[in-house]
Design a protein around this ligand. Structure first.
Ligand code: ROI
Length: 164
């Protein structure tokens, strides 16, 4: 498949600062306005307990499904621009953030470069990614291993998230 074809892409969104639900909705709107890109669907917003340091506010998480003709690298750079525009600043490792936009899946592509690993390597440890992802695509499988994401979610110990 050439890079000018349209690809189905999943993006994870997360925020726990400055009115997180507002930040996530603003980012969803911005994703739909990217060039050569359509927002096909977005999950509900979920409230989730922080993974990482517990002395930070709960997160709001969601997943968006896009169709795009942008290459993975161009999309990554567009996501990083949106993060900057919404005021993301680097802080402590696994700490609080205004907005995080993670490229989770790019069609069934496997990408391993310095800048980008797709599928996102932490999908399977994160209920706050798996639950909204499966809401949009219950049958989805990991393109690397073929394992259904539903199975990966079932292996996680406990789910610390609720629709918000
Ligand atoms: N924890 C939750 N619940 N949601 C996130 O989006 C999130 N993002 C992160 C860290 C700090 C690892 N923890 C998170 O980057």
């Amino acid at each position: 498949m050439s890079r000018t074809d349209e690809h189905t892409v999943y993006v994870g969104l997360g925020s726990n600062l400055h009115r997180p639900a507002h930040q996530v909705r603003q980012a969803l709107t911005a994703l739909g306005q990217l060039e050569q890109t359509r927002l096909n669907a977005s999950s509900q917003l979920y409230a989730s307990r922080p993974q990482g340091p517990q002395d930070q506010p709960d997160f709001v998480n969601a997943v968006a499904c896009l169709s795009t003709r942008l290459s993975p690298e161009a999309l990554l750079s567009a996501l990083q621009n949106l993060e900057r525009q919404q005021g993301k600043v680097k802080n402590r490792h696994w700490g609080e953030r205004v907005i995080d936009l993670d490229l989770l899946l790019y069609s069934d592509w496997l990408i391993d470069t310095r800048a980008l690993t797709v599928p996102h390597p932490q999908i399977q440890q994160r209920d706050f990614v798996l639950v909204p992802l499966l809401e949009l695509a219950p049958e989805l499988r990991c393109p690397r291993t073929g394992e259904p994401y539903q199975k990966m979610l079932a292996k996680l110990p406990e789910h610390f998230l609720t629709p918000s």
